[in-house]
Design a protein around this ligand. Structure first.
Ligand SMILES: Cc1ncc(COP(=O)(O)O)c(C=O)c1O
Length: 396
């Protein structure tokens, strides 16, 4: 007899009641044809714009040739990707290892660091987010998502941007520290920007103690900050950069860039799906478009414009960020703002608990679209403050 039940999805996401069926550039459309402006980039993933024609074409063409074969054969498109990534990021002397997600990239980076210096301790920072797999989640400062099996004494959490605390930790345990992992701009933590001197201090202490500086660039990397890697704005470099979100513009791919002094050994790292033909085609298309359309420069300019305009808007607080990774605090009296932006003005934004709106649009967002957002933001703030519906009454 047929069973009277259907399989349910494992309910872990609080969902908006919106079904998106179409996307182009910085716009998406729901099943009823309502158009939305995407200031969230599908969680910082959309780098070159939704369904960019070059990206679609490259994936399509690859699909007709070969989508996947294991890492046991020559895969020239991986080398093409490495070459292009070296050129666009300026890290030509680094080595590329490909995987599938941000957590996996961090997992591999932390493991590789430990192989490199044969040590166990990791320094991570308060409010950090590095992913949900075993070591990545252990280095994430959110006890609610750390299962008992993930708990370890190997991770030391320090306050972000606190040079004295970092120095003291190295002075006490420097010879046990394998790696320091840090987001240059904390994303889930609420858009917190590392100071130049803090980044420089990490670099110099890692040099002094032979520890590995891991730049978690999963969210703030790939041009989002207005330069390829946000960490490099202090004039320093990291030993390993981890990447994912913007890398495939929505096609799942992650990777790590590894400095030349860290040497590979066969079998040290590995993956079934990482670096498959189709993912490499998507990632190559992203870099080609970034290069062709000067999107990193554009992100820097559009981001500076957005930030400067936000600073003049009354009602929101603590506007901060770099490039197109911007946040601001939403005071209690307008706490409905994000919901209203979505439901009334049809604009997606990101959030960080408890009261931060995060803006993570495509690097290709236009100034006109930014103006559209700013206008809606002002209207929605006024509407909440004066308890009127947008468009109903002019606000004197
Ligand atoms: C800084 C940072 N690192 C790592 C991750 C984990 O990436 P993924 O969800 O692809 O595993 C995220 C995801 O939000 C992130 O923001």
């Amino acid at each position: 007899m047929a069973k009277n039940t259907t399989m349910k999805l494992f309910d872990v996401y609080p969902l908006n009641n919106i079904t998106i069926t179409k996307a182009l550039g910085s716009n998406v459309w729901d099943e009823n044809g309502t158009k939305y402006l995407d200031m969230y980039g599908g969680h910082a993933v959309i780098s070159i714009g939704h369904t960019h024609p070059h990206w679609v074409k490259r994936i399509e063409e690859q699909l007709h040739k070969i989508a996947f074969y294991s890492n046991s054969i020559q895969i020239p498109i991986q080398r093409q990707l490495a070459e292009k990534l070296g050129q666009v990021s300026g890290k030509e002397d680094y080595q590329l290892f490909l995987c599938n997600s941000g957590a996996e990239a961090n997992e591999n980076a932390l493991k590789l660091a430990s192989f490199y210096n044969n040590r166990k301790k990791i320094i991570a920072f308060n409010k950090s987010f590095h992913g949900r797999t075993s070591l990545a989640v252990a280095a994430t400062d959110n006890p609610k998502i750390v299962a008992p099996v993930n708990e370890t004494d190997n991770v030391i959490f320090l306050p972000y941007n606190d040079e004295a605390a970092l120095e003291q930790c190295f002075a006490e345990q420097g010879n046990e520290i394998s790696s320091v992992i840090l987001e240059a701009i904390q994303g889930v933590g609420g858009i917190v920007v590392a100071s130049k001197s803090f980044l420089q201090k990490i670099r110099s202490l890692c040099n002094q103690y032979n520890a590995v500086f891991i730049a978690d660039s999963v969210q703030d990397g790939y041009g989002r900050s207005g330069q390829f890697f946000a960490h490099d704005y202090a004039g320093t470099t990291a030993d390993i950069y981890t990447m994912a979100k913007g890398m495939g513009n929505g096609f799942p791919i992650g990777g790590i860039l590894i400095a030349p002094h860290i040497q590979p050994k066969h079998g040290m790292l590995g993956t079934t799906f990482g670096g498959n033909h189709l993912a490499c085609a998507a990632a190559l298309a992203v870099l080609e478009v970034m290069d062709e359309e000067s999107l990193i420069e554009q992100a820097k300019e559009t981001g500076a414009y957005l930030l400067s305009r936000l600073l003049t808007i009354e009602g929101i607080e603590n506007v901060r960020g770099r490039g197109l990774m911007i946040g601001f605090d939403v005071p209690e009296d307008i706490k409905e703002l994000r919901k209203n932006l979505l439901n009334n003005s049809h604009i997606f934004t990101g959030e960080a608990k408890p009261n931060v709106i995060r803006l993570l649009p495509s690097l290709a967002i236009t100034k006109d679209q930014v103006d559209q957002f700013l206008e809606a933001l002002e209207k929605e703030i006024a509407a909440i403050k004066y308890q009127v519906k947008v468009g109903e009454v002019s606000i004197a």
